[in-house]
Design a protein around this ligand. Structure first.
Ligand code: UDP
Ligand code: MG
Length: 322
């Protein structure tokens, strides 16, 4: 019997985890029909691996209560809040299934599409990812920003990162093994899924609205994630600095020749002060921007050279501590 792990990163989700657990429990007893094939979820062994990412509310206690009732529940407790990306890595490290399904704790990812994911997994796909048909309740600005971000990132790197594709996906052991080999501390999972490759398959779904509580991702946090995404995935911003430097120097050179010729032919003219200020400010801005971009990368180098683990475990299923 094949075993499938659900990996559920949780941060302040005390109400959601209980709901999710009963939804999962119901799900594992159901039978679905995918492309005219009957799929009985009882034919699989299940593991519900909840990763408590340093929640400040009673999520941990709720999880431990669930574990007491249901042996399929595993509780991985991180020592503090490491962020969803690291929490997912922790989950992948500790998942014991032949495949793992990463799912949000807030019930935004519909379980009904999981059988379809399993269907494709059984037919040889290693990474069956959920693709959002609609994005649920979300502010318009966030929608626009995130779509333009993906477009920009796609242009900047060789490998396309698909828009409307998140962490909701089923991963085969092969893909899990590959992903857990990538130990960078500043992680951008969406890029890593693409980077590892393997056979991929899209499954469409509609995002539900968040059940309880608010999204943990504020706009600033999303902006940070975007910068993270770009700097961890591609070095092309550095090239932007080089190219724009080249272009500006070229313009400056042409302008220099123009002035030279003008002076020689018509004699000296009084230099324009505003022009001067504009050029100085423009160049100053460009230099600061380029420095900032370089700084982003140096910061990343700094963080990675420390070689710290991406997360620390406080306890796993209470008994074995490390
Ligand atoms: N999450 C986490 N650590 C964090 C922030 C979020 O483990 O620091 C989890 C959260 O509990 C949820 C998932 O990541 O299961 C997605 O978070 P959220 O719903 O806030 O994000 P959104 O759906 O708005 O992208
Ligand atoms: Mg959510």
């Amino acid at each position: 019997m094949k075993k499938i792990s659900f990996i559920i990163p949780c941060y302040n989700e005390e109400e959601n985890v209980v709901r999710l657990h009963s939804a999962l429990d119901r799900f594992t007893q159901e039978t679905f029909e995918v492309n005219d094939v009957r799929m009985d979820m009882k034919n699989f062994e299940w593991e519900f691996l909840f990763v408590n990412d340093g929640s400040k509310d009673d999520t941990l206690r709720a999880l431990r209560n669930l574990r007491r009732e249901d042996a399929r529940v595993s509780v991985l407790n991180l020592s503090r809040n490491f962020g969803k990306e690291s929490a997912m890595l922790a989950g992948l490290d500790y998942a014991s299934g032949d495949a793992a399904v990463i799912i949000d704790a807030d019930l935004q990812h519909p379980l009904e599409v999981v059988p379809e994911m399993i269907y494709w997994w059984e037919r040889g796909y290693d990474d069956v990812y959920g693709q959002r048909r609609s994005r649920g309740k979300e502010s318009r600005i966030r929608k626009v920003l995130s779509l333009s971000f993906y477009r920009m990132l796609g242009k900047m790197s060789d490998i396309d990162i698909l828009p409307n594709v998140g962490d909701f996906r089923l991963l085969d052991r092969r893909a899990i093994r590959a992903l857990t080999q990538l130990r960078e501390t500043q992680r951008y999972m969406k890029g890593l899924y693409c980077w590892v490759g393997f056979n991929k398959k899209a499954v469409e779904f509609d995002t539900a609205d968040r059940q309880v509580g608010e999204s943990n991702f504020r706009l600033t946090r999303l902006l940070n994630l975007a910068i993270e995404g770009i700097t961890s995935y591609t070095t092309s911003p550095l090239r932007i600095a080089t190219v724009s430097g080249l272009i500006v120097s070229l313009c400056a050179f042409i302008y220099l020749i123009y002035i030279l010729v003008k002076t020689l032919v018509w004699g000296e003219v009084v230099a324009g002060f505003p022009t001067l200020i504009c050029v100085i400010l423009f160049l100053g801005g460009m230099q600061l921007l380029a420095l900032g971009i370089i700084g982003e990368y140096i910061g990343r180098i700094f963080n990675e050279t420390k070689g710290r683990p991406p997360y620390l475990i406080e306890s796993f299923n209470e008994e074995n501590q490390n």
